[in-house]
Design a protein around this ligand. Structure first.
Ligand code: PGA
Length: 258
């Protein structure tokens, strides 16, 4: 069986507490046979519920954002320190929706990544180009710049805690995905860039995810591309049947390879 994939569900601003709880309960009863590492990222409100239902089944729990100060007069924010105090494992940072709708800059994202690592949480750092950057052939420049900003000032010994999710912005929630050949080229570019810039030993354990309109029909192909360690799933993670079918599809890959 191949290396287990890392599958992250990003609920975004969806599901009430009650809806999320029902999802978690059904998920844990269906997930026993799954080999992938799974992390569920619901809204802040549902985190404690997710932790109490999912953690004992080995399902990890992540937040979708945090603030970089530990505490203080920052109305409306939740800190990495607080997330860590309840036992959260991961925090998604730099998602294009945070960059676009909430004006998060590379500098803010870098501060958040540092705060997450300082508080012993693991960041899932999102990067990716817009459709016009893709059309103008600027996707690699964009990826390089976002990686360099994200990792600025972070000690290489912390790199093993980091996951990078490549999510082309034009593919998020649109039903469009990267052509698998192009995805292969981009992931090998990201891997090589990390190795050449930061050294093979430092980046060996950084996991690379693909995100953007993953679903039960395309996940197996896209997540088995070389250098892809898993997927970040938005829309299709909200429906338990679809989500389970993605996870089970990855299992059958392992079975066939036996
Ligand atoms: P999507 O979202 O699967 O709905 O495209 C992915 C994401 O934004 O993380």
């Amino acid at each position: 069986m191949g290396k287990p994939k890392f599958i992250v569900a990003n609920f975004k601003m969806n599901k009430t507490n009650r809806e999320a709880e029902e999802f978690f309960k059904n998920l844990v009863s269906g997930i026993k046979t799954v080999n992938s590492e799974v992390a569920i990222c619901p809204t802040f409100l549902c985190l404690e519920n997710a932790l109490s239902v999912c953690h004992k089944y080995g399902i990890k729990v992540g937040a979708q954002n945090c603030y970089f100060e530990d505490f203080g007069a920052f109305t409306g924010e939740v800190s990495a320190f607080m997330l860590s105090s309840i036992g959260v494992d991961y925090v998604i940072l730099g998602h294009s929706e945070r960059r676009n709708y909430f004006f998060e800059t590379d500098d803010i994202i870098n501060k958040k990544i540092k705060s997450v690592l300082k508080n012993n949480l693991k960041p899932i750092i999102c990067i990716g180009e817009t459709s016009s950057e893709r059309k103008n052939g600027q996707e690699k420049e964009k990826i390089k710049a976002q990686i360099d900003f994200a990792l600025k000032g972070i000690l290489p010994r912390k790199f093993a805690e980091i996951t990078i999710a490549y999510e082309p912005i034009w593919a998020i929630g649109t039903g469009q995905t990267v052509d698998p050949q192009k995805a292969e080229e981009i992931f090998s570019f990201i891997k090589n860039y990390l190795i050449c810039t930061y050294g093979e030993d430092s980046v060996r354990n950084i996991r690379l995810l693909y995100g953007g309109s993953l679903n039960e029909n395309n996940a197996k192909e896209l997540l088995n591309i070389p250098n892809v360690d898993g997927g970040l799933i938005g829309g299709a993670s909200l429906n338990l049947d679809k989500f389970m079918s993605i996870l089970k599809g990855l299992e059958s890959e392992g079975e066939e390879a036996k």
